[in-house]
Design a protein around this ligand. Structure first.
Ligand SMILES: N[C@@H](CCC(=O)N[C@@H](CS)C(=O)NCC(=O)O)C(=O)O
Length: 238
């Protein structure tokens, strides 16, 4: 059985990481037999120092994109196999935009925003013994702050980051329209990745300004609810 290494559920989400959620949902949609191994210490064993990674009968693959590629090569699982070449190209680029830009908005909303950080800190680190519960979150936050600065998103003001988020949400909302999924009646990797990213604001029990702002796009809210109802009826409280 495939083992998927995750952080474990948080904030009413199957996983706090959009990348982990992306792979988890891909595996659910594919119907392959898999087991999610939830442990924050998985990070220490991760081949690229990041989650997710999978162990497929001894074959260890890190990174959500390479995991998808592996599922295609080894198990013939391709959520985009039915798309036209043009739709597949759009999917590639929108997925990159979600991974490389929207993801950092999610990171900002949790780790940088002072209004939300104490809740995130207690959720992630609250169960550590003294004095680790005071030291580890400080070190971790410093590292995330350095990463988001290095990426560049962290250099913007909160209002500017909200604007950047609106650009993604507006485009996704237009692309989705009133359809059940981005390309009609069937799920594709774009739906999976959009769910993984948008649910961080539409379904997470975290009262961020971003969660308020995304309310302007009812079709995106309904989209994430529909996917949650279908694939996470017991894990996500709606
Ligand atoms: N390109 C990777 C990104 C994975 C990633 O950034 N994972 C984050 C969690 S969302 C992580 O493990 N961060 C821990 C760290 O950087 O120390 C993928 O697609 O899987």
């Amino acid at each position: 059985m495939i083992k998927l290494y995750t952080f474990g559920p948080a904030f009413n989400l199957p996983d706090p990481s959009p990348f982990v959620t992306k792979v988890d949902l891909t595996l659910k949609v594919s119907g392959l037999d898999y087991e999610a191994v939830a442990d924050v210490n998985n990070l220490q064993k991760a081949p690229k120092g990041k989650l997710p990674y999978i162990d497929d009968h001894g074959q260890v693959i890190a990174d959500s994109v390479f995991i998808s590629e592996h599922l295609k090569q080894k198990h013939n699982i391709d959520l985009d196999g039915w798309l036209t070449p043009e739709q597949a190209a759009i999917t590639q680029l929108v997925n990159k935009s979600l991974d490389e830009n929207h993801y950092w908005v999610v990171v900002y909303s949790r780790w940088v925003d002072d209004a939300v950080w104490p809740i995130v800190r207690d959720n992630f680190f609250g169960s550590l013994p003294f004095p680790l519960k005071h030291i580890v979150p400080k070190v971790a936050r410093k590292k995330v702050m350095a990463n988001i600065m290095g990426h560049g998103l962290g250099k913007h003001s909160k209002d500017e980051i909200i604007q950047i988020a609106h650009h993604s949400w507006q485009s996704l909302s237009t692309l989705l329209g009133e359809k059940p999924f981005f390309f009609g009646d069937h799920i594709s990797s774009l739906d999976v990745n959009a769910f993984a990213n948008l649910s961080a604001f539409t379904l997470a029990k975290l009262d961020t300004d971003f969660a308020n702002e995304i309310q302007r796009y009812p079709n995106l809210i309904e989209f994430t609810k529909r996917i949650a109802q279908q694939y996470y009826p017991d894990e996500i409280d709606m």
